[in-house]
Design a binder for this molecule. Structure first.
Ligand code: GLN
Length: 470
């Protein structure tokens, strides 16, 4: 059976399955065929599960029995830092190669209850550190729109899986831009939920005060359906809450634009496309106002203090004794050293060193404490701005997808890919990346909205509006 997977959405597929015009087995087979043809080159999946068709058969039975939900039988790809009981999970790192998860992450439990089909685990920057999926210990992932370019990162495998039609939707994680930036590079919708909207239980931690699970889809509605399924309070994550507001209002029409943040470093075509998008909203009756976010300018700098501090703490558990790679040394410290040196890649080691430095005696106040003060100033600044406007609009990334190999020897220029992502992560507010066209090389471009905490509904509303007017 020929299935037009390019134009498929969760609701279209679900509708066809409910009406008996399509089975999950047919659907999953179509995606498996694409994986067979494309994954060798794109390397979106580190592992394709060998029970996909069995899962699909079970889903078909659920649908036949009338107990199916929107997501039953839908093929989904999962980032390699989200635990699935009995399956390997490596966070893209040698240190966890062949590690098998002993329990399901909260988000996986939620998806299992719906009867989704897990297609496989997707490639990522090692421990989610990176913006291009080039720091994975298991090879780079290529952008399906142009195989000579990166898909973005760190959730590049999950983005490439959907953009390459190897899964209908996928899960990534965001600490700072790791879903929105690859969504931008791959022409997808990517949602970064409010911190606390989704449980972090069963996610391999990077920066615990920032990490969030986040969906990719080709449409806003697809991202919304996945988000609504995985959001909510979980007893196992005390930072998770049940606050997501289902009430959105189409009356929310004021868009604030911090023009002063784009004065330098933004690609010309990205800027032109952004201005065109702004005009579309103006014509559609939105009020566009100029806003100033003086503290947000320091979001990325703040991130590169707080995140490494948390990374150095979170990654200390990988000592070659309790998990993963183990190297024999002459004593216990020597084995730690040998295991960690062999297991962690360059970027992970750089961040552990940076984090240890900012947390060490004498530097703690100067760096770490100061960064937290700036973080609170950014949170307050956003709170104040959201009294005046309903949305903040910026380009998602300052540049389109770049060439493989680029920026690897210049970490700061890699970090700058997240210059516009950082305020939402540091400020804890939700944000959505939306495809906004292509540049002269046919590479996807993207705009992003931020909204008040727990107002994901507003983001879906304005995202759907943009799908009509863009
Ligand atoms: N690119 C950012 C970094 O390298 C974001 C990582 C993330 O969101 N997981 O830290």
């Amino acid at each position: 059976m020929e299935i037009d997977v390019k134009n498929l959405t969760i609701e279209k597929a679900g509708d066809m399955m409910q009406k008996g015009k399509l089975t999950s087995v047919d659907l999953v087979s179509a995606y498996l065929e694409n994986i067979k043809n494309k994954n060798k080159e794109i390397n979106a999946f580190l592992e394709v599960f060998d029970d996909c068709l069995e899962q699909a058969k079970r889903a078909d039975e659920i649908i036949k029995s009338g107990k199916g939900t929107k997501l039953t039988g839908i093929p989904i790809a999962i980032k390699d830092n989200i635990l699935m009981e009995g399956r390997k999970v490596s966070a893209g790192s040698k240190i966890l190669e062949n590690y098998v998860a002993s329990y399901d992450a909260f988000v996986i439990k939620k998806l299992k209850e719906e009867g989704v089909v897990f297609m496989g685990r997707t490639n990522m920057d090692e421990f989610a550190m990176g913006s291009s999926t080039q720091t994975s210990a298991f090879g780079v992932t290529r952008n399906p729109h142009d195989l000579s370019r990166v898909p973005g990162g760190s959730s590049g495998g999950s983005a490439a899986a959907v953009a390459g039609d190897m899964a209908l939707v996928s899960l990534g994680t965001e600490t700072c831009g790791s879903v929105r930036e690859p969504a931008a590079f791959c022409g997808l919708v990517g949602l970064k939920p409010t911190y606390g909207a989704v449980s972090r239980n069963g996610i391999i931690a990077m920066g615990s005060s920032l990490d969030q699970v986040a969906p990719f889809g080709k449409t806003v509605r697809d991202a919304e359906i996945v988000f609504e399924t995985i959001a909510g309070k979980d007893e196992m994550d005390s930072t998770s809450v049940d606050l997501v507001s289902k009430n959105f209002s189409s009356k929310r029409k004021t868009i604030g634009i911090p023009w002063h943040l784009f004065e330098e470093g933004v690609d010309k075509e990205v800027m032109e496309n952004f201005k065109e998008s702004v005009e579309k909203f103006r014509k559609a009756g939105f009020e566009i106002v100029d806003i100033k976010l003086p503290y947000c300018k320091y979001s990325l700098a703040t991130y590169y203090i707080i995140m490494p501090a948390e990374v150095s703490t979170n990654l200390s558990r990988f000592d070659g004794v309790r998990y993963g790679l183990q190297k024999e040394g002459k004593d216990v410290f020597d084995s730690y050293k040998k295991s960690r040196s062999a297991g962690f890649g360059e970027e992970a080691r750089r961040r552990i060193i940076l984090g240890t430095y900012v947390l060490s005696h004498g530097y703690y106040d100067a760096y770490y404490n100061k960064a937290w003060k700036v973080r609170h100033a950014i949170e307050n600044e956003l709170k104040e701005v959201f009294k005046k406007v309903d949305f903040i609009l910026t380009p998602t990334a300052p540049i389109p997808a770049f060439k493989l190999g680029e920026k690897l020897d210049d970490p700061v220029s890699m970090y700058l890919c997240d210059i516009f992502s950082a305020p939402a992560n540091i400020g804890g507010v939700p944000s959505i990346a939306l495809p906004s066209g292509v540049n002269s090389l046919n590479l996807p471009l993207s705009i992003q909205f931020m909204a008040r905490p727990f107002h994901e509904g507003d983001l879906f509303e304005i995202g759907k509006k943009f799908e009509e007017i863009r």
